[in-house]
Ligand binder design. Structure first.
Ligand SMILES: [Zn+2]
Length: 322
């Protein structure tokens, strides 16, 4: 059966049951007083009658806390709270975002789901926030290999290209650093202000275990990394070396593979992206990469992982950025 025909994609009561099962493994959690599994369902409650709905609309997923006597739904305190869109549309949007390898734009979501562009823009940014994972354990524990590379994206409008001809140079581009743990197959991308050694090395120390072996290209800022980690080796791209012939483990092909998906996605789907949102796009691509088929996560499972990230991540900004 296609996941698109699952009841929770169409039926509001089923959507609530699905999200409740995901977020409340130990029973309903009262967002007002924090008590777990001390609430009961309020069945058959309807909204006030309106012209459009003379009998009012059914209020799905309504609970009442036995401790503080307050009412709540599973939307409270999650990314779903501030939007009035039905929950099953949220689940459709999450599915589309987690299952499209290169992502899906707010414009396309607006057309596919039949919601306004503004709503679609809210949805995509909030779903991206679900994908932002919490703290990772440092990469490369137990002496594992970690690949490190950096890439340039778009133009940083906060920086003027000093004396550069149009389309040349990197000073005015956004810069992203990515680490890939070869053992877990997981990536972590970080937007950085510059590629100076003094910027990059503290990030590597913070995110990579000291017993790891690091693979990079020959860029100068990575020299002397062997002082901080168990080992460091690099390929000489400038000399045409992409894999060391006598030591085939010396390469950065995994992280470059990650960048090829990221770049195709950012170019084709997300044409303009301000720096203030870039970390969310990076998180989105990290999320899909880390929860990919090769890591044993299918589309349905990926949607569930994103959903669990929905708890406790409300965004407060309100203006679409264009
Ligand atoms: Zn309560």
């Amino acid at each position: 059966m296609s996941v698109l025909s699952a009841p929770y994609m169409h039926d509001e009561a089923a959507a609530f049951a699905h999200v409740e099962a995901m977020l409340w493994a130990d029973g309903p959690v009262c967002p007002h007083c924090g008590v777990v599994d001390r609430a009961y369902r309020l069945e058959g409650v309807r909204t006030k009658p309106s012209k459009k709905n003379p009998e009012g609309k059914e209020r799905h997923g309504l609970w009442k806390c036995r401790e503080c006597r307050k009412q709540f739904t599973v939307r409270k305190g999650t990314i779903f709270e501030e939007s009035h869109l039905p929950l099953h549309l949220w689940l459709q949007a999450i599915h589309l975002m987690v299952s499209s390898k290169k992502g899906i734009s707010s414009h396309q979501l607006h057309r596919v789901l039949g919601i306004t562009y503004k709503s679609a823009w809210f949805l995509t940014h909030r779903i991206r926030e679900c994908m932002r994972s919490g703290e990772f354990a440092p990469m490369g524990g137990n002496g594992g290999a970690v690949e490190v590379d950096e890439t340039f994206i778009g133009n940083d409008r906060t920086k003027k290209p000093h004396g550069e001809k149009k389309g040349r140079g990197y000073a005015h581009k956004h810069k992203m650093l990515t680490l890939v743990d070869r053992t877990t197959g997981c990536a972590k991308s970080i937007i950085v202000d510059d590629l100076k050694k003094s910027t990059l090395i503290p990030i590597l120390r913070e995110n990579i275990a000291a017993e790891a072996v690091i693979y990079t290209d020959e860029a100068g800022q990575y020299q002397k990394l062997a002082d901080d980690f168990a080992g460091h080796d690099f390929t000489r791209h400038g000399a045409g070396e992409y894999v060391r012939r006598e030591a085939p483990e010396v390469h950065t092909n995994t992280v470059e593979g990650f960048y090829s998906i990221f770049k195709r996605g950012m170019k084709g789907v997300y044409q303009h992206c301000g720096k203030q949102h870039l970390h969310r796009y990076a998180a989105e691509f990290d999320f899909r990469y880390n929860n990919r088929e090769a890591n044993g996560v299918d589309d349905v499972e990926r949607g569930k992982v994103a959903l669990v990230g929905a708890a406790g991540k409300r965004l407060t900004y309100h203006q679409p950025n264009q």
